[in-house]
Ligand binder design. Structure first.
Ligand code: ZN
Length: 248
């Protein structure tokens, strides 16, 4: 089982209101869509934090200070621990065993899962279909490669929770450039997650988007480029008018 599957299972089991209570938050009223609590992100006097129980995606939003995030951000905030330690605590609370093999490098894997979640929310099927059509690939091929099409200009670092930022930095998706944290690629990209590497290959959709310095392929930080051969081979197994050019 992939670590991201374990993450999903934990999130599926979590009752964010119950977890918030165990984290020492003062719970307020139960509304139709959410349950309120005193917000730990600002000096809250009346419960302004909305806790959304949504299965698989337990999250919160503060109507007063705008804080938002997933249940892990709440754990991280209350325990003042790393995201990995927060996750370990959460898994234990909901009775999910972490397989031993997943302990090594799990912070990076968790980061990949966080970026994966972002891609699921921002996936552009129209771009993916267009890419497949132009390369004479079928959607099933892209699906089996678990490819996503996203516009990375929509990945606003300032809008991410501290936990998400850290996780994506660990995954090598965000990197420091001129003392600013930015995505490793910009604009519309086809993204191929490479599970074995816990890394990502970014393939630019419009080469002119990055001006003169455009580069078709980019990689998450710390990515071993030999892994691209595997992807290249799997795409080559299908008819296409021209080489997908996955080799670096
Ligand atoms: Zn707040």
């Amino acid at each position: 089982m992939q670590f991201s599957d374990v993450l999903s299972e934990v999130l599926r089991r979590v009752d964010i209101v119950d977890i918030a209570r165990r984290l020492g938050l003062v719970i307020g009223k139960r509304e139709a869509q959410y349950t309120t609590a005193l917000c730990p992100f600002h000096n809250d006097k009346t419960p302004s934090l909305a806790l959304y129980r949504q299965p698989g995606n337990p999250h919160f939003y503060c109507f007063a200070c705008g804080a938002r995030g997933g249940v892990l951000d709440l754990v991280e905030k209350q325990h003042r621990e790393s995201r990995t330690d927060s996750f370990r605590w959460l898994a234990q609370e909901v009775g999910v065993d972490l397989p031993d093999g997943m302990r090594r490098g799990q912070a990076r894997d968790l980061g990949s899962a966080t970026f994966g979640d972002w891609m699921v929310r921002h996936n552009r099927d129209d771009l993916l279909r267009d890419f497949a059509d132009r390369r004479n690939l079928d959607m099933a091929t892209l699906a089996s490669a678990n490819a996503f099409a996203v516009d990375l200009n929509e990945l606003k670092v300032d809008d991410l929770t501290p936990g998400e930022r850290t996780a994506m930095e660990l995954a090598g998706v965000l990197t420091l450039r001129r003392e600013k944290l930015v995505p490793v690629a910009t604009g519309r990209q086809i993204v191929f997650p490479v599970e074995a590497e816990q890394g990502f290959i970014f393939r630019a959709l419009n080469d002119s988007a990055e001006g003169g310095k455009s580069r078709r392929y980019r990689f998450s930080k710390g990515f071993r480029k030999s892994e691209t051969r595997q992807l290249s081979d799997s795409l080559r197994a299908h008819p296409r008018p021209e080489s997908p050019g996955v080799d670096p």
